[in-house]
Design a protein around this ligand. Structure first.
Ligand code: BGC
Length: 350
């Protein structure tokens, strides 16, 4: 598929002043001779970041790590502007325009709505500013455009299909007889989705279930609701469902914040995870890893914000330094169960 080929395609940066909004005051020759990219010069560069919304547990981890990495790599903290797009596409577009007017040398955008990425790409490309999308992947046609036109635009993130597959595999590893609590030969599951526009939600919803179906498990969906990545929304949805007193054996949540919400409702209903119900999330938030270790959440999937944010910062800096940059920078998820939860906890607490 063309889209996957993007990962192999290398865009070579062309050293033109206009491309960086004239942020590069020294010539490329001077840069090379003076070791361009050393703290001194890089510290003058401006990085503009838009996060789809600050009120998101995972993106908060990502954002803090991103900033630390940029600083560690030599960007001055005063030259990093990180804006909260408040989950509003129009707000984000205005912010991108503002950052361009402010003369940023590179943009990092976590799109509110990746389906409208074209508008943001066109603004950045029109202004000659390189752009790195993170976390929410624009569609294949949009990515093909970057390759076909040699745009200085990249995406950094994981393939959400893998996270869904891992959720399914965590349940599968328990064995059908363990999970089929009512012994009716079918797995009753409840799905709590993130933002339905988001490819991560779509793939996690599809692949968690598909993995079990591919292993010839019989499944019955007893509910599929939108929790918008949000803990309290998920708590309410789960509580409402449990009031109906229907059979339920597994709860799949597209992220950990919602798994925590579901857990609150499950425990308030007097149910015990691992005995009366099974529950899986994605992200491996510290609190959730703790719950996995206590057996209160069956498992989660590590969404490696450390490697993703580092790759995003490094990609942005490579654009500034006019080095080779890939259009697609991927990463891997990791299954988290009691077996390796402590290891992942140690990694994120480092
Ligand atoms: C994370 C979610 C987060 C979303 C934001 C996903 O990859 O798993 O926790 O809310 O990104 O786009």
């Amino acid at each position: 598929m063309k889209r996957r080929l993007i990962s192999l395609f290398m865009a070579v940066m062309v050293a033109t002043c206009s491309m960086t909004g004239c942020g590069v005051k020294t010539s490329q020759k001077e840069n090379t001779e003076s070791g361009y990219g050393s703290g001194d010069v890089l510290s003058e560069k401006k990085v503009g970041v838009c996060i789809y919304q600050f009120a998101d547990d995972f993106m908060t981890l990502f954002r803090d790590e991103l900033k630390d990495r940029l600083v560690e790599k030599g960007i001055s903290e005063d030259n990093i502007e990180i804006l909260d797009s408040l989950n509003n596409h129009n707000t984000q577009v205005e912010q991108v325009k503002e950052l361009i007017n402010d003369g940023v040398d590179v943009l990092i955008v976590n799109p509110v709505n990746p389906s409208f990425a074209k508008e943001i790409t066109d603004l950045a490309v029109g202004a000659g500013i390189p752009l790195v999308y993170v976390n929410r992947e624009p569609d294949g046609d949009e990515e093909d455009r970057w390759v076909d036109n040699d745009y200085h635009v990249s995406y950094v993130g994981c393939d959400a299909r893998q996270s869904g597959t891992y959720q399914g595999e965590i349940i599968e590893a328990l064995g059908f007889d363990t999970v089929d609590l009512n012994g009716d030969g079918k797995l009753q599951y409840y799905m709590i989705e993130g933002d339905p526009e988001n490819i991560d939600s779509q793939y996690r919803t599809e692949y968690s279930v598909r993995t079990l179906k591919d292993s010839a498990w019989k499944l019955e969906c007893v509910g599929d609701e939108v929790g918008n990545w949000h803990q309290e929304t998920a708590r309410q949805l789960m509580a409402k469902f449990l009031e109906e007193d229907k059979d339920i054996e597994v709860v799949f949540c597209n992220n950990d914040a919602m798994a925590l919400g579901a857990l609150e409702a499950i425990e308030a209903d007097g149910k015990v995870v691992g005995q009366d119900i099974f529950l899986v999330g994605v992200d491996a938030l510290e609190e959730v890893i703790g719950c996995v270790l206590e057996g209160r959440i069956t498992g989660t999937v590590f969404n490696d914000y450390i490697s993703q944010s580092h790759s995003a910062a490094d990609t942005a800096i490579n654009y500034i330094k006019m080095e080779k940059v890939e259009h697609y920078v991927g990463c891997h998820y990791v299954k988290v169960t009691t077996k390796n939860a402590q290891e992942i906890l140690d990694k994120i607490k480092k």
